[in-house]
Design a protein around this ligand. Sequence first.
Ligand code: BES
Ligand code: ZN
Ligand code: ZN
Length: 496
Amino acid sequence: MQITLELKPFAALETDALVTYVFDDNDGPKDRAAELDTATAGLLSRLNKSGELTGKSLETTLLHSPAGLKAARLLLIGAGKRDQFTPATLRKIAGVATRYLKSRSVHNFVFLVRDGAATELNAQAIAEGVITADFETDKYKTEKKNNKFIDSVSITGYRDSEKTAAENGIARGRTIAEAQNFARDLVNEPSNKLTPTILADKAQAMAKEAGLAVEVLDEKRIASLKMGALLSVAQGSVEPPRMILITYTPANLKPGAPVVGLVGKAVTFDTGGISIKPADGMEKMKYDMAGGATMIGIMRALAVLKPGVKVICVVPATENMPGGKAQKPGDIQTAMSGKTIEVLNTDAEGRLILADAVHYAKQLGATHLVDAATLTGAIVVALANVNVGVFGSDQAWTDKLLASAKEAGEKMWQLPMDEEYREFIKGSFADIQNIGSGKGGGSITGAWFIREFAGDTPWIHLDIAGTAWNDDAKPWLAKGPTGVALRTLINLVMSL
Ligand code: BES
Ligand code: ZN
Ligand code: ZN
């Protein structure tokens, strides 16, 4: 899809649809909406008076052949409260416009940015909103909805002097949103089409194309490195595990600069293993590799955005199956770090594979760690599908992440990591056990387990089990994989 900047006055633009947004302050159209009101001989004021146009968040009003405009349609989208307007509002509005018009077989539109909003970040947000909204999960449908597509979008409302800023914003938005869709595409793949080996092949192909260093460790290398925790999960499956390593190194690497380790859980299917999951809803466990997909997608964007710090992406990939060789509750495993683990529940497998991946990332030189994982059902109980659960061992590092999340318009909420919770995973027969012995706090004990392997290295864990998959379509996003946390982590890396 093409996204361009249009500098001509909006009233003169010939397009299938002119799109803009209105606030809910009910004091009539202001600034560029006033211009639009004048151009259309008071259309907005009349709609506003009649109560049809309220500006309520994401309300849509479609008008055909609006008098005074060259556009075939005028689409007005509610922006809600004026004082709560951020790039995140604009991202959603642009997404709503895309999906709304696409479903009505409209193929192009012009998005009008209102006075005072013509910034680089807003151009970026609009591009991101449009591209992520355009993503569909119909890859395996043989009958596509063939007239439902958007092929070009222009952004208008910028002055000549703002051209460079707008174009930079659009380019950055495209890079980030396409990386997000790349990750969503991986998450959408069913497990028969995305085994650990296939995921590694896809990651390798992407990295080579992007010019990133990449290495894939096979089961023999994994065994020779003594990654006993990852192997313990993989042993129940006929599909061999893979450890995917992608590295970005800046052109002028400064000595002493931080090295970021991005670790993502990639269980390409989680049956639970011998502690098997109930059949109902099990099909969703194909998305148990969303953390890994997010990290791989981030690397794709970083190859273009070129941050000033080195980034190492470590993705342990495996299935969790109840095969004849599967590990059993009570089994004791030795992780790469040398710590022994009593596996009380084989369904708490994410933390096992992350234990070795986090340890390995440190060994490869990471000074700052972030892991992302669909780790616990308990995070859905705590935060529903609204916030990503954030856990950290170093408040300064965690604060940076939270600030990046705010900037990216992704909702994240920090949970406590008191030492009391650590007691829950003290082992009876091994150093630690993979589930908590206390009541509740399931997401926190999961986080503590991973932290045991991060040690003193500043570390953040993102539990994305509740947010990586949309059970229902949103007006701005298809049902299915969301690509959550990708934009936040790109911001975090770019801010270093
Ligand atoms: N992959 C699941 C977590 C999950 C649950 C992701 C729901 C997405 C939606 C994870 O491996 C798991 O099974 N966790 C267990 C941990 C428990 C055994 C301590 C869980 O949450 O039930
Ligand atoms: Zn599990
Ligand atoms: Zn899992």
